[in-house]
Design a protein around this ligand. Structure first.
Ligand code: HAH
Length: 338
């Protein structure tokens, strides 16, 4: 970060009356984005380093070094940590679901492994991690089904989600426990998420919040769609976190779902459109500060964003508030000046 950028307002200070401002961090960005993190964020999430395949790559082997480095950094700077994630259909070793002979493991074996994993990870960080995405992305996107047909569902059955929350609560009774998902504002899917969480609450399952990932685009979802989803979820009386916010500059133009292969030039016109989008998003989020407790960006600056490879591999994107040189974008100013 050059000195030119040192006199700008702090994002997290500006938002102190509203909600925490977080960022997903990886082992590299913990160093390359250190100054931005310390100045503008008061919450961090490990982009990958706490996912099962990274922190627990083999049955008898945990790799805590990278997660420890993030947690130590957060402690040093008084930052909140969101833990991400325990039960997910991705980035989980296949071996979790297999027995010694390479056959599908029994429910009892998989449940024991889950208990051991959760007790170990949540136990290690119980002083530092205030909240966990216990289950990530468990409902289907479209169609008539309800729960995603994952290994977790196949081996543990329909109540694996309730089990995961109970196990997490036992391991860390003080942690806030979240269900986290994407396309969380889409009418069909948000209804499924609502039903899932409502059902868990009815059964007395210890779940405290819904994580709305917020992988959004310039023109989609519409603001009123986001507003409806927030209000619907909030009606359950749970906390809401925006957990993975980024705004792809590739809009849902011509119904492409943002999947056009063409790389746009990131010019002043596009920077302005992104700034306007961020302005209206944050004005909505501020208006819902009573239910939104935290807004985490999925990255810090445009030089390190998963959006360069999603949904189109190798297509440069500019979804964050800080540019590739770590300077504030127009979008930054539209979020801090109100
Ligand atoms: C999120 N999934 C995950 O929660 C996060 O852990 C990951 O780093 C990036 C995005 C979003 C997603 C996906 O992985 C696949 C299809 C749609 C959306």
């Amino acid at each position: 970060m050059t000195d030119t950028y040192r006199n700008i307002p702090s994002l997290s200070e500006r938002y102190r009356p509203y909600f925490r401002i977080g960022a997903a961090v990886n082992a590299k960005s913990l160093n390359t984005h250190r100054d931005l993190l310390v100045t503008h964020f008061n919450s961090v999430t490990a982009e990958n380093e706490m996912k099962w395949e990274e922190i627990h790559p083999e049955q008898d082997r945990y790799e805590f070094a990278k997660a420890d480095a993030l947690v130590n950094f957060a402690r040093e700077h008084g930052m909140f940590v969101r833990g991400h994630t325990l039960v997910w259909h991705n980035q989980t070793p296949a071996a979790v679901f297999l027995d010694d002979l390479g056959q599908t493991a029994t429910a009892a074996v998989v449940e024991r492994r889950l208990e051991e994993h959760v007790a170990t990870v949540l136990g290690r960080y119980h002083n530092d991690i205030g909240c966990w995405d216990v289950v990530n992305e468990a409902v289907v996107d479209a169609g008539t089904g309800f729960l995603r047909d994952s290994r977790w569902l196949q081996t543990l059955g329909d109540d694996y989600i309730a089990k995961a929350f109970r196990i997490a609560h036992q391991a860390a009774p003080d942690a806030l426990l979240f269900y986290n998902d994407y396309n969380e504002t889409k009418p069909d899917k948000s209804e499924r998420i609502y039903k899932l969480v409502a059902g868990l609450l009815d059964e007395g399952v210890p779940i405290h919040g819904i994580g709305m990932q917020g992988h959004w685009m310039l023109d989609d979802p519409a603001l009123d769609e986001i507003e409806r989803a927030i209000d619907r979820y909030a009606s359950l009386g749970v906390r809401l976190h925006i957990t993975e916010l980024d705004v792809s500059v590739y809009g849902n133009v011509h119904g492409t779902g943002g999947q056009s292969q063409e790389v746009l030039p990131y010019d002043d016109e596009l920077a302005k459109r992104l700034a306007e989008r961020y302005r209206s998003l944050f004005s909505l989020l501020r208006a819902r500060k009573d239910v939104i407790e935290s807004v985490t960006f999925w990255g810090v600056a445009d030089d390190d964003t998963w959006r360069d490879n999603f949904p189109v591999r190798g297509r440069k994107d500019w979804p964050l508030l800080f540019d590739v040189n770590h300077g504030p974008k127009q979008a930054f100013w539209s979020v801090v000046e109100f």
